[in-house]
Design a binder for this molecule. Structure first.
Ligand code: PGA
Length: 316
């Protein structure tokens, strides 16, 4: 007997008429709260995303998003479907992982999210790794500390690299390499030739600070707070590269990871000031959610970072 769609149970209707592709498009749009950003991530056009979600909503029989002003929000049904999608795709990723593991092959997809300062070293480490395991494809997300926390809460990646371990996320963390934070100034700055500069003297200068949510910013703020000193913030900028240019342009001093200047070489227009309590000693950690079962590929990359990372970077 063939039932009309209206009389079929919803799960059967979904199984018959919804594609995994539609669910994926919906899940990504739900995660971003934006069709445009979903289109960017999936390399689709915005109208395609919108059409896929419209068709999905027609099958479900209720709207999945509602528009308030310029933003879209998940409806109650949308929330239900979004959490079902998360489970479905998590399970499928596990199956994919098991298949690769059973084949004993180092191949598959590796998802890593790193803090902005780590982007200076991780791509250099990925090169040799991917040459060794040519079947591995990588998605590398670069964001600030807060962005990493959000992604980890959603279990979006296999591995995370960051300096400051959170207390509210259950991470397994492995120290990887040092990430000293240093005070940078233009080469012509009057403090450039001084030694052992007191923090109080530094506090008289204007600063270019990373944005709220940056771990680097938090570490600097903590040091100044501990010494009961104010930071005179002249400019706030969410880009290490932008900050370096602003320092050269005379907007002020800044504190950044030493790795952000390592690639600039000797001829750089920046100098590291010799300031008391600096460098702030940080470590990068490679982390994963404690309950996460790592794929062979993720485990192999984690082992590679720990055993060969320093050597590949010429630091060990
Ligand atoms: P961020 O990096 O300033 O880009 O957040 C901080 C960190 O090294 O953990």
């Amino acid at each position: 007997m063939v039932m009309s769609p209206a009389l079929q149970p919803l799960n059967q209707v979904l199984a018959d008429r919804v594609t995994l592709h539609q669910l994926r498009v919906f899940a990504v749009a739900a995660r971003h709260g934006s069709y445009t950003r979903a289109a960017e991530e999936l390399c689709l056009t915005q109208p395609t995303v919108s059409m896929q979600i419209k068709q999905l909503a027609q099958v479900v029989g209720m709207p999945l998003f509602e528009q308030v002003g310029k933003r879209i929000y998940l409806t109650q049904v949308g929330k239900e479907l979004s959490s079902a999608c998360q489970e479905i795709f998590e399970r499928l990723a596990q199956v994919e992982m098991t298949v690769a593991d059973l084949k004993g092959m180092k191949q598959g997809y590796l998802k890593i999210a790193v803090v902005t300062t780590a982007k200076y070293v991780i791509p250099r480490l990925l090169g040799p790794f991917c040459r060794r395991y040519s079947g591995v494809d990588v998605a590398l997300e670069v964001t600030n500390h807060r962005g990493i926390m959000e992604r980890a809460s959603d279990n979006q990646d296999d591995l995370y690299i960051l300096s400051q371990l959170p207390t509210d996320i259950d991470f397994k963390a492995y120290p990887f390499i040092e990430n000293p934070l240093v005070v940078l100034a233009p080469r012509s700055h009057p403090l450039a030739k001084e030694r052992n500069i007191p923090l109080e003297r530094l506090a008289q200068e204007t600063f270019i600070m990373r944005e709220m949510g940056s771990g680097t910013r938090r570490a600097v703020q903590k040091l100044f707070d501990e010494h009961k000193l104010q930071i005179k913030v002249k400019l706030e900028l969410a880009s290490n590269e932008g900050i370096k240019h602003a320092i050269v342009g005379g907007m002020g001093l800044s504190v950044l990871s030493a790795h952000t200047i390592a690639i600039d070489g000797q001829g750089s227009d920046l100098v590291v000031l010799d300031v008391q309590h600096f460098p702030i000693k940080c470590h990068w950690y490679v982390c994963h959610l404690a309950h996460k079962q790592l794929s062979v590929v993720a485990q192999t990359f984690l082992d590679y970072l720990q055993t060969e990372g320093k050597q590949v970077l010429g630091m060990g």
